[in-house]
Design a protein around this ligand. Structure first.
Ligand code: CP3
Length: 346
């Protein structure tokens, strides 16, 4: 974190280690159901997956929150489950139910995943990246993303969201070699997918490890740290300057091991991470990102002002990026988001 450029996009400056008085801001799930213009467009488009795979519409949705709020970063509008789709696993999103996948039951099912043609099946996402990059204001950085292998594997094996991760955990304990074969497929596909997003114009990459918080420490080491480290290393071999943000949500004390082993420019903090500890232990190694509780953004008012001030004063001594500790909730009043942006720019 020695390069300290004095100009350029604020999000990239923070990721390069610069300490900015007013932190750059973007929000996970900044495009989505809390925005009336998203709901209107969604009602006119087909399925959610079709929306993700229609570049003109996905680009428009990516730009909606940029126009409304002037965030410092635009996150590509897509979903982490585009990768299983690209590997030919059937994926659908059902209203009120979330994602539904034709689940993998055992190692024999890995043969049903097809790496051939992966690039062609996810090609519309690359086109979205290109369209957004062309349309973005000069001071806004484009963030590409993918789910991390462990998190994506949970959906592929559970067949959707899960409460206890029973199926995927039983698989990895019963048959670690078979599970490793799935993780290897995901490491390869994810690296190719991200490499291509960078080629098409992504300037930052975020890895969403949303279910980092459900594994025992040795399993965390093997199935969270190791695959993410491989992706970051390979991505860097091909794109030496690309800043990566790892978001190992819920990792708790395992944040330390993740920070030591996966040397990303940015580290995303979930809402529970104590900021004094993060400042002392993690901030010397990364630009930190986070970690406002999304429920505080639903509440707004004094609670929002108090929490924003607390987070800013805790992290202001080093590089950081203002964000939530998880995604914007659908019930969030859009005017609270405008107020949040204002609070970070005074
Ligand atoms: O952040 C953004 O604005 C970019 C778009 C984005 C979406 N999903 C759009 C989306 C991103 C970065 C994601 C990531 C994602 N998708 C994650 C990791 C982050 C996290 O939330 O932990 C995960 C686990 C998924 C899988 C997923 N997609 C689930 C579980 C669901 C259903 C729950 C829900 O919120 O509806 C989705 C659907 C989804 N992805 C929607 C959006 C806007 C809602 C679908 C709709 O509009 O009908």
């Amino acid at each position: 974190m020695s390069t300290v450029p004095q100009n350029g996009k604020r999000l990239l400056r923070a990721l390069a280690g610069e300490c900015l008085e007013m932190p750059p801001i973007w929000l996970m799930r900044q495009a989505g159901r809390y925005l009336p213009e998203y709901r209107a467009l969604r009602a006119r488009s087909g399925s959610f997956l079709e929306l993700c795979l229609t570049p003109t519409l996905a680009a428009e949705v990516t730009l909606q929150p940029i126009r409304r709020y002037g965030f410092d970063g635009a996150i590509l509008f897509s979903d982490i489950l585009v990768v299983p789709y690209g590997l030919t696993q059937p994926v659908a999103f059902r209203e009120g139910e979330g994602p539904v996948l034709d689940r993998l039951i055992g190692v024999a099912d890995l043969q049903r995943l097809n790496r051939l043609g992966f690039r062609e099946r996810v090609a519309p996402v690359g086109e979205t990246v290109r369209l957004v990059r062309r349309a973005l204001p000069d001071d806004v950085a484009l963030i590409g993303f993918a789910g991390s292998p462990w998190t994506v594997a949970t959906y592929m094996i559970e067949g959707g969201s899960s409460r206890d991760f029973g199926r995927v955990k039983r698989w990895l304990y019963r048959d670690p070699a078979g599970f490793a074969a799935l993780i290897d497929i995901l490491v390869d596909a994810t690296t190719e997918y991200l490499d291509w997003q960078v080629e098409m114009g992504a300037e930052v990459i975020q890895l969403f490890e949303s279910w980092a918080g459900v594994l025992a420490a040795p399993a965390f080491e093997r199935w969270v740290i190791e695959p993410n480290a491989r992706i970051v290393q390979r991505l860097r071999e091909r794109n030496p300057t690309i800043p990566v943000i790892l978001f190992p949500r819920g990792a708790g004390a395992n944040y330390l091991a993740a920070s030591e082993a996966v040397r990303t420019a940015g580290l995303g903090l979930d809402t529970t991470v104590p900021l004094d500890w993060a400042r002392q232990v993690l901030q010397p190694r990364h630009a930190l990102q986070g970690n406002l509780d999304p429920q505080v953004l639903v509440v707004g008012g004094d609670a929002l002002a108090t929490e924003v001030a607390r987070i800013r004063s805790a992290l202001a001594g080093g590089p950081y990026i203002f964000n939530l500790g998880h995604g914007v909730l659908p019930e969030t009043p859009p005017e609270h988001v405008a107020e949040l942006v204002r609070l970070t720019r005074t």
